[in-house]
Unconditional design. Sequence first.
Length: 187
Amino acid sequence: MERALEKGDLGNVRLEPLVPEQHESYCKTGEKAYRDHYLHLWPHQDPTPYISTSFTNESIAIESKEENTLHFMVCQREKYIGIVKLVKFQQIQDLPQSAPMFLEKIYLLKRYTGKGYGQEILEQIESLSIREGMKTLWLATMKKGFPLRFYQKHGFKIVGEQQLPFQASIPEEREMYILSKSLEKEH
């Protein structure tokens, strides 16, 4: 894995491929980061329907065996500050794309947001995707909030809409945009 370029005092931020011994840390870090940012999506601020399917040792163990699924711990120096989940060859709804990489999860602990780590991590995800032979990077993000502006600032374009697939979530908060970015160099 390539090391991220250091930016001033940020230190080394890197994506560390997940190994079985880190499954519990991945679940704990992912759940904490999710709770830091997304409680507003759930009645009584209870994201149990999402947490119980996304951040269990069993679900991570099963996903880790899937050939096209890649999990990473986001590390800043020796601390885990977030998680990333990528899925190779995951199509964007019914939009024709060649070699798409789905950025399913990118969650940072709240105290590490707004410090430039997201940009560094996104750059590493793009480089990794290119090395894996992917030609498009795509994701879904909530229509409301900072993430949409962040991704647009980094070259992502709105290509569709969808809803958060959890019926237990608050209906008014389910609206999402699908964003895509070409990873092919323009000639």
